[in-house]
Design a protein around this ligand. Structure first.
Ligand SMILES: Nc1ncnc2c1ncn2[C@@H]1O[C@H](COP(=O)(O)OP(=O)(O)OP(=O)(O)O)[C@@H](O)[C@H]1O
Length: 230
């Protein structure tokens, strides 16, 4: 569905600690994403997980290497920090999402009703998003994500916030969605979620892939190294 071939990515850095003002985040990373699988990406804070998702989504272009996406495969990045128009209400943001995905008027109306119900935002659904708490944003972000119909779903930590009851409900709904033929890349620090949702896991560190394989094995190695380093 999607392939990264020898991809490198750097950011401009203000600090002189970085190489001539350049912060090299990914160095020659190659990976393949297969149709219908859920690929987990783990790694410490700052390892480059979000950067990989943004490259996959086409938000960034790689400094070098190639990103090859299956022709006609649609792709959406679901991230809590991205995507909402702060001045608009939850409803208008959801409407915008539906329209961007080419929904008809009837589909959009059904979509709004579903988002309103699942997110349990009540009257706040019609308030501007800028007035939402982080948990409310998470509910809107997750629910909009859940209703999104795309070939490749890139999920950046959207299941990690919110209260415990909503998190359980969200996880169950995502599990059902992933169980179908949805192709997913799932970035999370929540090991339990990675283990239960993913078919395969990639561990990113020091600019490259440290390990790749079955979730239990990769998580065990990741934990071992984390403990040795602490
Ligand atoms: N826009 C940017 N400009 C400069 N540096 C950036 C930018 N975005 C990310 N970085 C740096 O690139 C590195 C990788 O960031 P990234 O967000 O991809 O990490 P991450 O693995 O998703 O981390 P986390 O687990 O904390 O979300 C970090 O050191 C970060 O400071």
């Amino acid at each position: 569905m999607l392939k990264l071939e020898g991809v490198s990515h750097s950011y401009r850095a203000r600090s002189a600690h970085f190489d001539h003002g350049t912060h090299h985040v990914l160095d020659n990373v190659s990976l393949s994403l297969y149709r219908g699988e859920t690929l987990g990406i783990i790694g410490r804070n700052g390892a480059g997980k979000t950067t990989i998702l943004r490259l996959m989504a086409g938000i960034f272009k790689p400094g070098s290497g190639r990103i090859i996406r299956h022709p006609n495969a649609s792709c959406a990045l679901l991230s809590l920090g991205l995507g909402f128009q702060q001045e608009l209400s939850g409803r208008d943001n959801a409407m915008l999402s539906a329209m961007l995905q080419g929904a008809s008027r009837r589909e959009a109306a059904a979509w709004l009703a579903d988002i309103c119900e699942f997110s349990e935002l009540g009257q706040s659904f019609d308030e501007p998003v800028k007035t939402y708490s982080s948990g409310m944003r998470a509910r809107l972000g997750f629910t909009t994500a859940l209703m999104t119909r795309v070939d490749i779903l890139l999920i950046d930590e959207v299941l990690s916030v919110g209260d415990a009851r909503f998190k359980d409900k969200a996880l169950a709904a995502m599990q059902e969605r992933i169980g179908g033929d949805q192709t997913v890349v799932f970035v999370s620090h929540a090991e339990g979620q990675v283990r239960s949702l993913c078919d395969r896991v990639l561990w990113i560190e020091h600019g490259g892939v440290q390990a790749e394989g079955a979730p239990a094995e990769v998580l065990a190695r990741y934990r071992e190294v984390g403990q040795a380093g602490s």
